[in-house]
Structures are given as structure tokens and as C-alpha cells.
Design a protein around this ligand. Structure first.
Ligand code: CAA
Length: 300
């Protein structure tokens, strides 16, 4: 991998050198890895040391796989790993070009973080959120005059593979912040596509009702879950069926996104199916808990 090219071999924009990724879960660890693979220094932050260790393990495993598949050399893998720093605190990275918040999908958690971003980061730092459904304008209300620098950069799982970043401007987001965020997404080898600041933006407003309907079809006995998925995979060319995808995303995450859609758009069609709610109540959250719609004994 050349230093002036991103992971996919595209010439890299030089405007972004360092990002901070807050939250070391599935999305945050994917964003940090993709940044580092694109030549950008990444500070991976989480309050929990154990979560940081998990993220480090994921990075090591993914880089090892790329070396095994001869997609990158062992030296390149070392350089990528060296570009990621793990920390329980983001105050040492105040000069970052961008901070990407990838914490839990809860407006209060996000607002608390954005308040501390304003106190911590330089005036020019872009304050991005990876929210999948919460209003950017609402999150920006706690940032005062820095609302011009707040933007939604919605990545997709698995981040190193999925090409899209849905870019959402809030009411006060400046043109410059939008332009710099598009540069960052491109520098990470992604294709940024704009969407307006309505609950769920485009991706989840369209995806979640589809997933929800698959749960209703299952609950009503239209077909077995594996057959619902087969039908959508073979008939509509989905890489994963909607029920498998719900497990992959996390049933709790799907539920939370649907509740935001339901509350904000006021339409009962977004209310989570009782079958989804029942599995979630039983702790069957999908891949991450070793079972959801389907069982994943190897991941338990
Ligand atoms: N991290 C990094 N790379 C990964 C990965 C991960 N977690 N999982 C898979 N990959 C890579 C593999 O290494 C492999 O790479 P190569 O082609 O270079 O060898 C490639 O992806 C394909 O993987 P596999 O062969 O193991 O498996 P697959 O062909 O079944 O693909 C998949 C796996 C990419 C996940 C595919 O099933 C897929 O695209 N599924 C749909 C995913 C999707 O819809 N994501 C969006 C969810 S919605 C969301 O994220 C937003 C939200 O707000 C909820």
C-alpha cells in the first residue's frame, strides 16, 4: 500500500491527518481500522479498557487476514497497526481534524459527549456522529456556536467492506464542514452520499421497515425464518436475508432505531414487531450474544 494512496489505491486527500473515534464497539473499531488503512492516524477511545482490548483484537485479526490473503505485506500491516492509538480519554488529541462519535444510539449519551467535545477539541475540529437515526440538529443543540462543525457521518457494518457513508447536515452545519467531511469519507475509500436530517435518514428509513416486515411474516407463519431469508437472498439478490441481517446489526440496535423512527415520524408502521421485542427481552440480541433469530454457538 503506497503512503499517498488509500486502501483501495485511490489517491488520498491530504486534508485529514488525524481522527479520534469515540466508542470502540463494532462501528467505532471498524471506522478506526479503515482510517488507519487509509493512512490516517486514529485515536480509538472508549471508557472501558476491555472494549479497547476487543477493538485491538479485531484490528490484529483483520490485518492478519489481509496479510494471509496477500492483500497487504506484513510491513504494511505493522504500519497500519502503528497508526492506531488506544485510549480511555480523548483530551490528549485536541488537535484532531475530526472526531467521530460512535457511542450507543442514545440522544442523552451523544449530547453529553458533544458537550465535552466542544470543551476539548480545537475550534476547527469537525464534530461528526455516526448516529443511524438521531437528528443531527438535535445533537448540535448542546454545541452552541460550534453547531457549524457538527455533521452526521453514517458508516455501515462491516465498515472496512461497505462503501457508503451517508452524510447528513444539521440546520447549522457549514458548507466547509460538509466539504471537509466529504473529503474525509473519500480519503477513507468511501463514497459519501448526502441525505437530509430526518429520522433514520434514507438508509434506515427504508431498511428497518423491511426488517420489521420480515419479523411479522415470521410471526404470522408465512414462512420459516430461514426460508424468509432464502427467498430474499435468492429472489432479490440480498447478500444476507433480512432476519440474518437483523442479527448482524443487533436486535436491540434495530429496536432502538425503529423507536426513533416511530416517535419522530409518528407512523405505526415503524413500531417494532412483537416477535423482535420478545427476542430482545429474552436477551437474544443477535451475533453479539451468540443467538438472535438464529443461533451462533461459535460466537456465544
Ligand atoms: N471486517 C472486515 N472485513 C470483513 C468483515 C469484517 N467484520 N466481514 C467480512 N469482511 C470481508 C472479508 O474479509 C472478505 O474480504 P475479501 O473479499 O477481501 O476476502 C469480504 O468481506 C467478504 O467476506 P466473507 O467472504 O467472509 O463473507 P460474505 O461474502 O458472506 O460477506 C458481508 C460478508 C460483507 C458481511 C456480506 O454478507 C454483506 O454485505 N452483508 C450485508 C451487510 C449489510 O447490509 N450491512 C449494512 C448493515 S446496516 C448498517 O450498518 C447501518 C445501520 O445503521 C444499522
Amino acid at each position: 500500500m503506497r503512503a499517498d494512496r488509500d486502501y483501495y489505491g485511490t489517491p488520498m486527500e491530504k486534508s485529514v491527518k488525524k481522527i479520534v473515534v469515540v466508542g470502540a464497539g463494532t462501528m467505532g473499531s471498524g471506522i478506526a481500522l479503515t482510517a488507519a488503512q487509509s493512512g490516517i492516524h486514529a485515536v480509538q477511545v472508549d471508557l472501558a479498557q476491555s472494549q479497547l482490548e476487543k477493538a485491538r483484537g479485531y484490528h490484529t485479526k483483520q490485518l492478519g487476514r489481509l496479510v494471509e490473503k496477500q492483500k497487504i505485506s506484513a510491513d504494511d500491516a505493522k504500519s497500519v497497526a502503528a497508526r492506531i492509538v488506544y485510549s480511555t480519554d480523548f483530551s490528549s488529541a485536541r488537535d484532531a481534524d475530526c472526531v467521530v462519535e460512535a457511542a450507543s444510539e442514545n440522544p442523552e449519551v451523544k449530547k453529553k459527549l458533544f458537550k465535552s467535545f466542544v470543551e476539548t477539541f480545537d475550534a476547527e475540529t469537525i464534530l461528526a456522529t455516526n448516529t443511524s437515526s438521531i437528528s443531527i440538529t438535535d445533537i448540535a443543540t448542546v454545541t452552541g456556536s460550534r453547531a457549524t462543525h457538527v455533521i452526521g457521518m453514517h458508516f455501515f457494518n462491516p465498515v472496512p467492506v461497505m462503501k457508503l457513508v451517508e452524510v447528513i447536515r444539521g440546520l447549522a452545519t457549514s458548507d466547509e464542514t460538509v466539504a471537509r467531511s466529504l473529503d474525509l469519507a473519500r480519503a477513507m475509500g468511501k463514497t459519501p452520499v448526502p441525505a437530509n436530517d430526518r429520522a433514520g435518514f434514507v438508509s434506515n428509513r427504508v431498511l428497518m421497515p423491511l426488517i420489521n416486515e420480515a419479523f411479522f411474516a415470521w410471526m404470522e407463519g408465512v414462512a420459516r425464518p430461514e426460508d424468509i431469508d432464502q427467498i430474499m437472498m435468492l429472489g432479490c439478490n440480498f447478500p444476507m436475508g433480512p432476519l440474518r441481517l437483523a442479527d448482524f446489526i443487533g436486535l436491540d440496535v434495530c429496536h432502538d432505531i425503529m423507536m426513533v423512527l416511530y416517535r419522530e415520524l409518528g407512523d405505526a408502521k415503524f413500531f417494532p414487531c412483537p416477535k423482535l421485542r420478545q427476542l430482545m427481552t429474552a436477551g437474544r440480541l443477535g451475533d453479539k450474544s451468540g443467538c438472535g433469530v438464529f443461533d451462533y454457538p461459535a460466537k456465544a
